[in-house]
Design a binder for this molecule. Structure first.
Ligand code: SF4
Length: 411
C-alpha cells in the first residue's frame, strides 16, 4: 500500500490510485449545487465517475458508483465551500470540481438535452455517435466486449440519433463557452463497415467551420486507404482500441472484435495510420493511438503492448480497467495501483525514448486516462533534450491553433 504522504506529493500517483480504488462521497458534498458535473453513465462505460481536478492541474474521473468504491480509503468532503480529499480519515489533497458549463443544462433547437449529444471528458468534447454497437445486438448471441457498458448506456445518457445540425450546435457552444480545443467521436462496430461513412459529414463540417482539432475512434476499416483521405482532409487523430495484447485474453474478453477483425488487423491499422503522419497537410498535426485497458491482462503484457505501439510511431492510450455495474465483468476486481505503476511508468518512458509528440495539443486535459506526459513523476529517468523539443513543438502547435481559431471566429 502506498502511503498517504507519497500520494499527497505525487498527483500522478494519486490520479492512478483513485482509478484503482475509487472514492466515497461524504454527506457534506453538494456536487451539482456547487457547479460540478453530474455523474453520467456514458462512453463505453469509462466515464461513470465524478469529474474532478487534482493538484497539479490533473483532470480525472473518479469511480464513485461501483461497489469497489464503497471500500475506498478516499472520502471527498466539502469544507467551507471547498472540496478536500481525505485518506484514512486525514486530509490528503484539496481538489476542485470540474466545472459544469451552462450548456449542460440547455437543450438543442430540436429540444434534446445537449448532454445527450456530447459531454466533456476533462476539457475536450466526447460524442458517441450513431446507434448502439452491433456486437450488442448480434444473434443468436451478443458478442460485446465484456468490460463494455455501451449497450446498457445508450438511450440512458447518450441519445442514439444525432443530426449534423444538433452536433454542430453543441460543438459551437462547447467551443465558445467551455473553450474546448478538441472534439472526439467514438463509434462501435456496424456491419458493412459503415462507421466512417456515418462520421465523415460531422468530421468535415467541424473541421471546416469551427477551427478545432478533430479525431475519431472506430473499428479498423477494411479499406485502410480511407484513412489517407481523412488525413488529407486535415483530421488530427485516429484511435484503434484493441484493448488487450495477449491473444488468448483478447479472444475471451473481446469476442466480437476477435471474430470480425482479429488482433492482427487492429495492429496493422495502427501501423498503417501511424505512417500517415509523414503525409497529408503539414500544418495539421496527426496522431495515431493504440488503446489498451490495463488490468485485464498481466502488467508485462500491457508493457509489451506499449512497446509495440510506440515502435511503429503511434501513441498508446492506456485506460485502467473499471468493473462497471451491469457489465459482464462487474464482479471482477479493479487492478492494484502497485501493478499499474510500472505500466504507466513504461508509458512515459517509451514515448520519450521514441521521441513521440506527447503533451503538445493546446488545452487538452483528459479525465478518463492518464496521459503519457502526466506519468513523468512515476519514473526517475529524465529526458532533457526531448522535453525541450516537446516544449518547442507545443509552442508552434499552440500558435497555429490560435491563429486558425481566430480565423474561424472571424477575428
Ligand atoms: S466494440 Fe466493444 S467496447 Fe466498443 S462499443 Fe462495441 S462492445 Fe463496446
Amino acid at each position: 500500500m502506498i502511503d498517504a504522504a507519497t500520494l499527497a506529493r505525487n498527483p500522478a500517483l494519486l490520479k492512478l490510485d483513485l482509478y484503482c480504488k475509487g472514492a466515497r462521497l461524504d454527506a457534506s458534498c453538494f456536487i451539482e449545487g456547487d457547479g460540478g458535473r453530474k455523474v453520467l453513465r456514458t462512453r463505453a462505460g469509462l466515464g461513470s465517475g465524478l469529474e474532478l481536478v487534482l493538484p497539479g492541474g490533473l483532470w480525472t474521473n473518479v469511480p464513485v458508483t461501483e461497489p469497489f468504491a464503497a471500500r475506498s480509503p478516499y472520502v471527498l468532503h466539502r469544507v467551507q465551500g471547498s472540496y478536500v480529499l481525505r485518506h484514512g480519515g486525514r486530509d490528503l489533497a484539496p481538489v476542485t470540481l470540474s466545472p459544469r458549463p451552462a450548456w449542460y443544462d440547455d437543450t438543442t433547437a430540436a429540444g434534446k438535452p445537449m448532454t445527450r449529444i456530447g459531454t466533456l471528458q476533462g476539457t475536450y468534447l466526447g460524442i458517441y455517435q450513431a446507434k448502439v454497437c452491433e456486437y450488442w445486438t448480434a444473434r443468436p448471441q451478443k458478442v460485446n466486449c465484456k468490460f463494455c457498458s455501451v449497450g446498457l448506456n445508450l438511450g440512458v445518457d447518450d441519445a442514439d440519433e444525432k443530426s449534423v445540425a444538433e452536433v454542430m450546435e453543441v460543438v459551437r457552444r462547447a467551443r465558445d463557452e467551455s473553450g474546448i480545443t478538441y472534439v472526439d467521436f467514438n463509434t462501435g462496430h456496424y456491419d458493412g463497415d459503415t462507421y466512417l461513412d456515418i462520421l465523415e459529414p460531422y468530421l468535415v463540417r467541424i473541421k471546416k467551420e469551427l477551427g478545432l482539432l478533430v479525431g475519431f475512434q472506430t473499428p479498423p476499416h477494411r479499406d485502410l486507404r480511407r484513412y489517407d483521405r481523412l488525413r488529407e482532409m486535415g483530421l488530427n487523430r485516429v484511435s484503434f482500441c484493441f484493448e488487450i495484447f495477449d491473444r488468448e485474453t483478447f479472444k475471451e474478453v473481446c469476442p466480437g472484435k476477435d471474430a470480425e477483425y482479429g488482433l492482427d488487423y487492429y495492429l496493422e491499422a495502427v501501423r498503417y495510420c501511424a505512417a500517415l503522419g509523414k503525409k497529408g497537410p503539414r500544418h495539421e498535426p496527426w496522431v495515431t493511438n493504440g488503446e489498451i485497458i490495463a488490468g485485464l491482462e498481466p502488467a508485462e503484457s500491457s508493457m509489451r503492448a506499449i512497446d509495440w505501439i510506440t515502435s511503429v510511431g503511434a501513441i498508446p492510450t492506456v485506460c485502467v480497467f473499471r468493473p462497471l455495474v451491469g457489465t459482464d465483468l462487474e464482479h471482477a476486481e479493479p487492478p492494484s495501483t502497485e501493478d499499474m505503476v510500472p505500466v504507466f511508468r513504461r508509458l512515459y518512458e517509451a514515448c520519450m525514448e521514441r521521441g513521440l509528440p506527447i503533451g503538445c495539443a493546446p488545452n487538452v486535459h483528459v479525465s478518463l486516462v492518464m496521459l503519457p506526459e502526466e506519468c513523468r513523476t512515476l519514473t526517475a529517468r529524465r529526458f532533457p533534450l526531448q522535453v525541450m523539443k516537446l516544449k518547442a513543438m507545443a509552442g508552434i502547435f499552440g500558435y497555429r491553433f490560435r491563429r486558425r481559431l481566430r480565423g474561424a471566429l472571424g477575428h
